[in-house]
Ligand binder design. Sequence first.
Ligand SMILES: Cc1cc2nc3c(=O)[nH]c(=O)nc-3n(C[C@H](O)[C@H](O)[C@H](O)COP(=O)(O)OP(=O)(O)OC[C@H]3O[C@@H](n4cnc5c(N)ncnc54)[C@H](O)[C@@H]3O)c2cc1C
Ligand SMILES: *[C@@H]1O[C@H](CO)[C@@H](O)[C@H](O)[C@H]1NC(C)=O
Ligand SMILES: *[C@@H]1O[C@H](CO)[C@@H](O)[C@H](O)[C@H]1NC(C)=O
Ligand SMILES: *[C@@H]1O[C@H](CO)[C@@H](O)[C@H](O)[C@H]1NC(C)=O
Ligand SMILES: *[C@@H]1O[C@H](CO)[C@@H](O)[C@H](O)[C@H]1NC(C)=O
Ligand SMILES: *[C@@H]1O[C@H](CO)[C@@H](O)[C@H](O)[C@H]1NC(C)=O
Ligand SMILES: *[C@@H]1O[C@H](CO)[C@@H](O)[C@H](O)[C@H]1NC(C)=O
Length: 536
Amino acid sequence: MKPGSSSVLIPFVITLLLSFLWATSAHTHEDFLQCLTLHAGNSTSSISQVIYTPANSSYSSILEFSIQNPRFSTPATPKPLVIITPLHVSQIQSAINCSQKHGLQIRVRSGGHDYEGLSYVSDVPFLIIDMINLRSISVDAENGTAWVESGAIIGEVYYGIAEKSIKFGFPEGLCPTVGIGGHFSGGGYGTLMRKYGLAADNIIDAQMIVVKGRILDRKSMGEDLFWAIRGGGGSSFGIIVAWKIKLVHVPSTVTVFTVNRNLEQNATKLVYWWQHVADKVHEDLFIRVVLTSANSSQEGRRTIQASFNSLYLGGIDNLLSLMQESFPELGLVREDCTEMSWIESVLYFGGFPSGESLNVLLNRTPLIRPIFKAKSDYVMEPISEVGLEGIWERFYEKEAETALLIFTPYGEKMSEISESAIPFPHRAGNIYKIQYLVYWEEEGIAATERHISWIRRLYSYMAAHVSKSPRAAYMNYRDLDIGKNNKKGKTSYRRASIWGTKYFKSNFNRLVHVKTMIDPTNFFRNEQSIPALTSW
Ligand SMILES: Cc1cc2nc3c(=O)[nH]c(=O)nc-3n(C[C@H](O)[C@H](O)[C@H](O)COP(=O)(O)OP(=O)(O)OC[C@H]3O[C@@H](n4cnc5c(N)ncnc54)[C@H](O)[C@@H]3O)c2cc1C
Ligand SMILES: *[C@@H]1O[C@H](CO)[C@@H](O)[C@H](O)[C@H]1NC(C)=O
Ligand SMILES: *[C@@H]1O[C@H](CO)[C@@H](O)[C@H](O)[C@H]1NC(C)=O
Ligand SMILES: *[C@@H]1O[C@H](CO)[C@@H](O)[C@H](O)[C@H]1NC(C)=O
Ligand SMILES: *[C@@H]1O[C@H](CO)[C@@H](O)[C@H](O)[C@H]1NC(C)=O
Ligand SMILES: *[C@@H]1O[C@H](CO)[C@@H](O)[C@H](O)[C@H]1NC(C)=O
Ligand SMILES: *[C@@H]1O[C@H](CO)[C@@H](O)[C@H](O)[C@H]1NC(C)=O
């Protein structure tokens, strides 16, 4: 063991490698930039205002601004040759045309929340098209629809709707900084999902740019491609510029509660029982469970805390009688509950203190931005108390001090929509989804390995308790552990279907078909992009 010498050598080798890659791609990159300015015609001056290369002083801050997982923000993380922050659709067209011509790959970024950093990291020479400047929102409150540009974050969508009408909301996610480019194209769920389904279930039109710079809307793209981008991930098919969404009705008063129970307060039994009611209660009621380890009231001992975190679309009185009927074991009392407006509940679930101004929804910088690794599972049969206790044991390990499990209930609208309506296939038969999250602060490979190893061990333990063949996963919780495409060369259908069927079940086949039609040369690709059949 010579830890000293390897820690000196590794950065050296990486630097060598990087400068070599840089030299070989510098040529392509110059040609690409020249192509862009030529293509842009008389709008040359405006395109130069949105092009950043490492020579520009703000390159790093633009790159870092939307990196939501610092695991992919180290000196060793591959960086883009160019970042473009388009102001006009024509600049995206030019960027696509010139990248195709000069063999550069494109990564598209909206909010930068991709769990594996795929919107801003690549092993091959690449550029980032960062949609941050294309984020206008236009709400038609009369017709209950809105056009939203894909660079907007979900907080801006909530805000834009609330500004126009308190009668409408939209079934999107909980964390306001999430971008709608990735979120809507991968599904997108939140507290309204049991009543209205996913964000992707409520998209009625889209504007996107595909290979050769063609601009399409729902009519010109056809129903196959329009189907694919609502849950199949946008990045395999092109660049989505805007979505047209159907707004949903929300009542003037909603009620929220968060009730914590630890093991001494029967947490195990309560979680066990929750599994029997969570997907069956009224569609107006959403109760998720957040599990963490915590200090016990007994000095020096650890316990598990189950946090029952809920939105009810109505007032306290109705909620209390519903809970008495369906989940009396929780012992919910009036004092646990708070009535508020729908938009205030958005702030509540976003983690903001009560009384916070709605303007915080416009802030693209999250409250915290920790290093993390996540995974997901679907549960179709309740897990036994003994099975749950196996989870608790793993939570007492050192790596799990700041780990988190989130159980999100399905049922109602989620079960009514057919498995093939959009590519997102996790419908009837699922009681709830599990998200596993582990966070850490220490930098460096050793800390990363310890924490990732912990979450993989937990995932492996869970195999017996969750969906099988396929063991399903949620695409928006991207996880490269479940399979990825070849680094170089072509990826076979067989290889891609390893991860593809987990995210999409049998919808994977139709996605491959659409991909083959729209992008036969597989220009838009990444570690988990849908393969084109012609590239076998
Ligand atoms: C803190 C946090 C909270 C979250 N909460 C929720 C939640 O409540 N509910 C939920 O469902 N999910 C949630 N997610 C997951 C989130 O939905 C996904 O990570 C989503 O893909 C993020 O979209 P983005 O635009 O921010 O990410 P990005 O990293 O910008 O993009 C994600 C993927 O989409 C592609 N993409 C982005 N924009 C476009 C575009 N315009 N056209 C084509 N492709 C595009 C990217 O290339 C990449 O492959 C959360 C994630 C985080 C980090
Ligand atoms: C070029 O300029 C003309 C006149 O200002 C404008 O109408 C046209 O859209 C511009 N073309 C491009 C590609 O920007
Ligand atoms: C980046 O630098 C180039 C070369 O100096 C310049 O043409 C371009 O306008 C700069 N980009 C921005 C966004 O300032
Ligand atoms: C992109 O290329 C196509 C031809 O391949 C051309 O018709 C189109 O005008 C180009 N668009 C831009 C903005 O460069
Ligand atoms: C509502 O939709 C109709 C039909 O599409 C349209 O004519 C009308 O202008 C829309 N209303 C508003 C306020 O835009
Ligand atoms: C735990 O459950 C038992 C019955 O199973 C009950 O008697 C007891 O009061 C509960 N404890 C708490 C703290 O709720
Ligand atoms: C839990 O207890 C440990 C040691 O007893 C202490 O260091 C830690 O701060 C406690 N954590 C919390 C959240 O109270």
